[in-house]
Design a protein. Structure first.
Length: 191
């Protein structure tokens, strides 16, 4: 089922997610619905906060571009084809930032039509549980590392605009204000 994606200005986007303690059919259904929602919105990552659930879970699926180099990664010490591990469901993540910072233009499904440069470390190590509760570790770089950081931030109540250089943020400020007003009006109509 495709879920509604929360928009900037909704309080849940600023909430830190609670740890997941029950790995059950309800959690599996939420993960399936999040993947379906991410695909429908043509995104490559989606955090639970973006569907109104303040828990420590996100989903992602990296696109495979033939004209771009594939990110370097190890999944539990091996490098299986991306198609075997994607879409990836990440529960209760612990993130270690590695490498130098680099800039990249990011977007976010909760900020439709708004993009801006964000500087982030180029490599990460992620320890997490899968949808069954089994532990895993991923070390990666490139777009893989960037998506993990973006979605991990959502689980901490941090948005990509919070990571932008103030000069970059000023260039999109009017769009962000318009979105916040639109969200405020939507929430009033729902009350």
């Amino acid at each position: 089922m495709v879920l509604r994606v929360t928009q900037y200005g909704e309080p849940v986007l600023k909430e830190e997610g609670a740890p997941v303690t029950e790995f059950n059919a309800e959690l599996r259904q939420l993960a399936d619905d999040m993947v379906e929602t991410m695909h429908a919105a043509e995104g490559i990552g989606l955090a639970a906060q973006q569907v109104g659930k303040a828990i420590q879970m996100f989903v992602m699926e990296l696109p495979v571009y033939e004209d771009e180099p594939s990110p370097t990664y190890l999944y539990d010490g091996k490098q299986p084809p991306l198609e075997l591990i994607m879409p990836l469901v990440v529960v209760n993540p612990e993130l270690e930032l590695l490498g130098d910072e680099a800039g990249y233009e990011e977007g976010c499904l909760s900020f439709p039509g708004i993009r801006g440069r964000v500087d982030r470390p180029t490599r990460v190590r992620l320890r997490f549980q899968d949808i069954e509760g089994a532990p895993h570790e991923i070390s990666c770089d490139g777009l893989f590392a960037r998506v993990i950081q973006h979605e991990y931030d959502h689980l901490q109540g941090v948005l990509f605009i919070d990571r932008m250089n103030p000069r970059v943020l000023r260039t999109i400020e009017s769009k962000v204000r318009r979105l916040r007003r639109s969200t405020r009006d939507f929430l009033k109509d729902q009350a």
